[in-house]
Design a protein around this ligand. Sequence first.
Ligand code: PML
Length: 248
Amino acid sequence: QTYFSVRMRASQNGSHEEEGKHISGGECMATYHDIPKKADALLDKALHHARGNPDFMQITVEKISSSIEQTEPLSISTHEAATAEEGQLLAKELLKREGVPVEVIDNAYKQMAENSVIRGAMLFDICTGQRVDAGNDRGIRVSRMDWNTDNFEKWAQHHKLPNSPRVQEALTLATKVSQHPGSVAELCWSDDPDYVTGYVAGKKGGYQRITKLKQAGDETGCRVFFVNGEELHSYVHYLEKQPMFIQW
Ligand code: PML
């Protein structure tokens, strides 16, 4: 079976050349037959985003020639946080438990405060504490992963969780990232001003949701990967190019 990577990005005041204000992005993989349906779902996501109406939208469809890996989703847990401060304290604690040194966590938060609008993920090396991706506002975009929706819905029902495409996407990404031996932990919360739940993901604790990591109305999101002394080129190649299906 041949699959295609289908991805979307949407922005305001953007173009092919200019990035503009990031509104939305999305990833999936489709058979030739399913390309229209999957592309339409991504377009729908771009058109109905709480960050605003995009005026530039791009859908890229690309045939996948490497073989597709398959893996089970990370285990999931949810921690209730009454306030964003409480949630952030817990996030730092969970990152420590995954093996990220405190100084490295502190440095990541410092850099986050300095570069608030990064579209992809920032990478930090846990040995040096340094940011190791190109260091610009682009970051690294994880691509070529998907989780069949029927299978996800069964999984969600079994775990008594809402059938949310947002959880489906985030858990798909977190699972792919954590599969790499060099990945230590991920910290993420949405740039959607209406969505305050985020997570810490890692090999020990799985996908650990925290119900409040920021104030409602805040459009600043975060996605950080903590990595362990990896050969960066092959690590980034894995994130961007290795196709992966999640199957429960
Ligand atoms: C996003 O929407 O950009 C990330 C959402 C992360 C949390 C999803 C969840 O588990 O509720």
